[in-house]
Design a binder for this molecule. Structure first.
Ligand SMILES: [Zn+2]
Ligand SMILES: [Zn+2]
Length: 152
């Protein structure tokens, strides 16, 4: 099993503090996230497929303590059929999903496409919920794939 460090560290082995800014498509909802990225990954789950457009959903996990909305208030939605479902925050005006929250995880899961500078992502370190992937999804070479969530 991959050590957690492989999943998020940059290759120079430092664990950089980052300040990320981003928001929705229309600009009504804006956020800031500061801290050390906890995971950079792509999610292949069926829910993310519908949410993303069909591709895996690219995301970065940041500490909850460093995250805040600086403009607007999101609408939130959570499917209640399973206890492990995430709560998804989205803009009430344009519908863009920007972030989600997993029960019991003191972190925010940011959608890479909503960052002001998506290039900061630099690519996934893991593929999660690969058990639900479509045949046309691509997992980059060298990226660890997990059937579900990576071990904590
Ligand atoms: Zn919006
Ligand atoms: Zn997912």
């Amino acid at each position: 099993m991959a050590p957690a460090s492989i999943l998020c560290c940059d290759t120079d082995n430092r664990r950089p503090q980052m300040k990320l800014t981003g928001g929705c498509y229309c600009g009504a909802l804006r956020y800031e996230a500061e801290g050390e990225p906890m995971l950079k990954a792509q999610c292949h789950c069926r829910a993310c497929q519908s949410y993303s457009g069909g591709a895996p959903n690219l995301f970065m996990v940041m500490p909850a303590a460093g995250f805040r909305y600086v403009k607007g208030t999101p609408k939130s939605f959570r499917l209640e059929d399973r206890p492990d479902r995430v709560t998804r925050d989205f803009c009430a005006t344009c519908g863009t999903g920007v972030a989600s929250h997993r029960p019991g995880l003191p972190a925010v899961i940011l959608k890479i496409g909503t960052l002001d500078d998506p290039a900061l992502f630099k690519g996934p370190r893991a593929a999660v919920f690969a058990a639900e992937k479509q045949a046309f999804h691509i997992i980059p070479e060298g990226v660890h794939a997990f059937d579900g969530l990576p071990p904590t």
